[in-house]
Design a protein. Structure first.
Length: 180
């Protein structure tokens, strides 16, 4: 997408936690394992099996929720600035500004932690995404949040946040390009 004619370029400070899709994915990513853990414990426990399973599920869910609140507070303090480029071939997004600097510090900290799993997480941390128009299967528009979700034919959805000034223009371009 680097050689295509650039149509629009903008920065937006948009918290990913204001998006319904993010909450759905978090619910699936954390909810399913917690329920499976509870079912596993209920299957192997002999006394008070459901009480034990529910207690472990509640504690695990509470810890995950607490960590999520910490992450949300960090991104509220740092901000979540993204840079978008929309061109003839598709759209690109990458974190920018203070968000980019903060995530670089996190990555360096993980790489120097000495723990292999943390080092791997630091190497795998994604700070950008792109989608080509030909890969868009469906577009969902959230006018209130000035965001669009571009669903890929395969793979994770692409979240496109807009400013108040460019939302209508971006929506028109996306709908024209994604349908074509």
């Amino acid at each position: 997408m680097n050689h295509a004619k650039l149509l629009l370029e903008w920065n937006v400070n948009a918290s990913p936690f204001r998006n319904r899709l993010i909450w759905q994915q978090l619910g699936i990513a954390f909810g399913v394992p917690i329920v499976l853990l509870g079912l596993f414990l209920a299957a192997i426990t002999e006394q008070n099996r459901w009480q034990v399973a529910l207690q472990v599920m509640a504690v695990t869910g509470g810890v995950i929720l607490g960590l999520l609140v910490v992450v949300m507070l960090v991104f509220t303090l740092v901000g979540y600035e993204q840079h978008f480029q929309l061109d003839e071939e598709g759209v690109q997004a990458k974190v920018s500004g203070r968000t980019n600097a903060f995530l670089k510090l996190v990555r360096v900290g993980l790489l120097f932690s000495g723990r292999r799993s943390a080092m791997g997480a630091g190497l795998l941390m994604r700070t950008g995404d792109a989608i080509r128009w030909c890969d868009v299967a469906k577009v969902e528009v959230d006018e209130r949040q000035r965001q669009m979700t571009l669903y890929r034919k395969s793979g994770p959805p692409f979240l496109l946040a807009c400013t108040a000034e460019n939302f209508v223009t971006v929506r028109e371009i996306v709908q024209a390009k994604a349908v074509a």
